[in-house]
Design a protein around this ligand. Sequence first.
Ligand SMILES: [Zn+2]
Length: 335
Amino acid sequence: MLRRRARHGHDPGARLLSRALPPYAKGLHDLGSGCFAYLQPDGGWGWSNAGLVVDGDQSLLVDTLFDLRLTREMLAAMRRATPAAARIGTLVNTHANGDHCYGNELVGDARIVASRASAAEMDELPPDRMASVVRAGAALGPGGAFLARCFSAFDFESIRHVPPTETFSGEHVLRVGSKDVRLLELGPAHTRGDVIVHVPGDRVVFTGDLLFIDGTPVLWAGPIGNWIRACEWIASLDVDCVVPGHGPVCERSRALEVRDYLLFVRDESRKRHDAGLSAADAARDIDLGAYRGWRDAERIAVNVETLYREWSGGRRPAPNVLELFALMGELAERR
Ligand SMILES: [Zn+2]
């Protein structure tokens, strides 16, 4: 459905109509003017979105998917939709999580761009390590069991780790045909090097996992202040179409819902931190209220742990990820 925008006199630049947002259905959606979103409902663990920007015969892919089968399927849909996708010229990985980069080998001849921080983080959990953890599953204890359950739909075997070929810090502008595509590093937040991909001329932004819509954000890196500011930044962009890392395409104002969740978790965690509760007990104790209905609410365990680490001023060691998955499994059971 088209929504009518305010009309400003006879300004020829006035936009009378904003674009209709696509339904949250699996597959490729044409956002108009050469931008596409590839969506994977329900957006839960590993079910990420990706994007495509084209102009003339040039193309830029925003993220690959968690495994080769899914990425292959996506690339085929893109090729059916536009000849410019026959050869992907540039791939941008918004961050280091495998559900945004494990498919890289299928566009291995593209230039692959990521932030310097993301490139370093990708080397730490390459697909073969993920494959061995998922293969071991319950043999690694309850954490391994829950992790394997979260990622059971994906096939991590025999994926080649294909890292970025170009990195940057801060801001970097790419060209796709005659379009400017602006990469902006707003992390560390969700991960260490989160980047958004903004196409100002098309009024579209691909946010990677700085936005989870209708799903629970997961704070792996922090500091949380960066993520809060990132949400406010996204909400202030002159765009009418926001493609989040997980969940439906939305309007920019929904970035503030993510910010409000982060503020809520920060404040609830702080109370329990100051009262002397352990991070695990704080995660068990927090009443998520309305946020309980967001998908993967158990991620509160990671979020509290990362906040405690931030507040320790570097004294709290990096968490054992399997222990975090064990606690998330316990919380998921309970809810
Ligand atoms: Zn993701």
